[in-house]
Write a protein of this length. Structure first.
Length: 72
């Protein structure tokens, strides 16, 4: 998938652990782990909003578009 989740990078920059973020935003640590690994098909705007507030960042800091290389 061409969307890359950089949540692990933002957590490292803020010196925050997944468990701490999970508690702050009200989701399970397992769901934070799934988000970090990019193994989710979507994320609610409400959750994205809470993550951005907790990490003091913009959605673009967390999500990156990397198009697949063209075959040819």
């Amino acid at each position: 998938m061409p969307i890359v989740v950089n949540l692990d990078v933002m957590l490292a920059r803020r010196k925050m652990r997944s468990k701490e973020l999970a508690e702050m935003i009200g989701i399970t640590e397992q769901n934070v782990s799934l988000l970090k690994s990019g193994k989710v098909r979507g994320v609610r705007f409400e959750t994205l909003d809470k993550i951005c507030q907790a990490l003091d960042c913009q959605p673009g800091d967390l999500l990156e578009f990397q198009p697949a290389p063209e075959e040819g």
